[in-house]
Design a protein around this ligand. Sequence first.
Ligand code: ASP
Length: 338
Amino acid sequence: MKRKVLLIYTGGTIGMEKDYESGSLVPFDFSNIFKKIPEMKLIECEVSVHPFKKPLDSSDMGPNEWKIIANYIGKNYEKYDGFLILHGTDTMSYTASALSFMLKNLRKPVILTGSQLPIGDLRTDAKENLLTSLYYASLYENDEAVIQEVAVYFEYKLLRGNRTLKYSAEYFDAYRSPNYPVLGQSGVHLKVEKDLLLRPKTDAEFTVDDHISRDVLFWRIFPGMHLDHFSEIPNMKVLILQVFGSGTIFNTEKTQQILKFLRERGTEIVVVSQCVSGGISFGKYSNSNIFNTIGAISGHDITAESAITKAMHLLENPNYEGSFSENFSKSLCGEVTE
Ligand code: ASP
């Protein structure tokens, strides 16, 4: 039986070609994809293509597009065995993270991929990324999808989507998953690390929860930074503070005063690390004690991309019981080590 895959093309380099007159990259008509990559017809699955009307550079992708994609998957969930999203590389990790929170109790693969070079380029990485992603998106065993989560496939590696970050603007090997091992690798054989894959925690049905709030701010601290700015920012319901190493911040009166003021004003403070590998450990150094004192939330080893989209999804979301802090501290879909 041929598995059915819905390919959603959103934009990005993967769907562009060089306009030889202007020398710039421009999107090509994606309904011609089978002409560009005739090998797609050879794969043992049936692919339906749904291109965005106006392909977007991924820097233009945001909450509206995440909702559109999530709901489109929701609408077509029963009709397809797997989903492949072609996406610009710049913000792919944000979209992958947001979708992982929106698509609840997923039992089918949702794979995101893109490329560093356009499909028409002789040295393109697009073909391999696209073709192998199709394999992963249609991989079933005993009538059960092997991948049941949102994943990013790029340059021979399958990674948990909400653990990824774009690491390189230059190399084909553009993504990293610093705090969670690779889920699968494409070599001579297509490998999957079954023990590392996510499975829904309950028997509950698949649903889409597209709640997203934008009252979230992300701030990277630096030596010598003025903290006063924070007290002037309105509607900052969640502040994600990207601090040093395993959770330290300059230990001044001002730090204490401003962070306490924010907490009293009702701002949730989530602490993540500027190190991409490893994570936050409150209490390890005395310069992290302030976070315990004010009741800040530790982001542990979550990525910045995942912390931001998780906060946006959880903030004032009526579908969750319990406080923001309780829900943020849990792993919802493998985004943080528990
Ligand atoms: N600027 C492009 C994008 O993210 C880069 C890419 O696709 O690689 O849409």
